[in-house]
Design a binder for this molecule. Structure first.
Ligand SMILES: [Zn+2]
Length: 239
């Protein structure tokens, strides 16, 4: 019997907020694929274009390439809308400008579910987490409240306030899970779209890297009766 709860699925609009192209695909694309196959509408907002992410490729060339890879990756799991906020890759600061832009994105799109990447101090691979991941995750969680408050960013006054219902954070704490058994293949296709990025990351083939990463990110979650799963820490903002 499952003791781990399922992430709620009685919603229609989800907003995924991450720092870089490839963040969604390294962890949660399989969950996105399940949700879009249920008819949910999901949009990605990326704080940066990932322009500092490829060794040997200058940012002016890497930025457009990585935007294109991300758009292809998104489509593989049923996501057509990808927005890039243009914060500088590797130098994203936790602070009011980022919170304001994320609050604006939340008010524009009005998601019931906000989905975030791991923004703890330690990454899924056990290394210290990226400064960008920490900044974007924390600001995104703050921006959920900011979007619901008319006084914090009065310059957003043209957009009505919005209260998201949940935030699902992809680890390190897991309180809920998503059964992604049927969407592992789409997640693999999604990650494989980052071909140029992965080629620069390791001497292993893109296909081998993608398989290993998706295998790890969709490993069964303890206490949750699904062959493949993605775990989240779920926060409720409304009862
Ligand atoms: Zn990243």
């Amino acid at each position: 019997m499952s003791v781990m709860k399922q992430v709620p699925e009685d919603w229609q609009r989800g907003l995924v907020i991450v720092a870089h192209p490839d963040d969604v695909e390294f962890g949660i694309a399989a969950a996105v694929g399940r949700w879009t196959s249920q008819g949910k509408h999901i949009r990605y907002v990326l704080a940066s274009r990932g322009e500092a992410g490829i060794v040997g490729l200058p940012p002016g060339q890497a930025g457009p390439l990585r935007e294109a890879e991300e758009s292809t990756a998104a489509k593989a799991v049923g996501v057509q809308e990808v927005e890039f906020l243009g914060f500088p890759d590797g130098r994203i600061e936790q602070g009011l400008p980022l919170r304001r832009d994320l609050a604006r994105a939340i008010r524009r799109y009005r998601p019931e579910m906000v989905v975030l990447f791991n923004f703890g101090d330690i990454s899924a691979s056990g290394r210290p987490n990226s400064a960008d991941h920490r900044a974007v995750g924390r600001c995104a969680l703050d921006a959920i409240d900011d979007a619901a408050n008319e006084w914090i960013f009065p310059e957003l006054g043209g957009l009505p306030i919005w209260s998201a219902r949940w935030a699902a954070v992809a680890g390190p704490v897991v309180t809920h899970a998503v059964d992604v058994t049927e969407s592992v293949d789409a997640a693999l296709e999604s990650l494989t779209a980052h071909g140029r990025y992965l080629a620069a990351l390791s001497s292993q083939s893109v296909a081998a890297q993608a398989r290993a990463i998706v295998e790890q990110s969709t490993a069964p979650v303890e206490g949750f009766g699904a062959a493949r799963a993605v775990g989240f820490e779920l926060f409720s903002f409304r009862d």
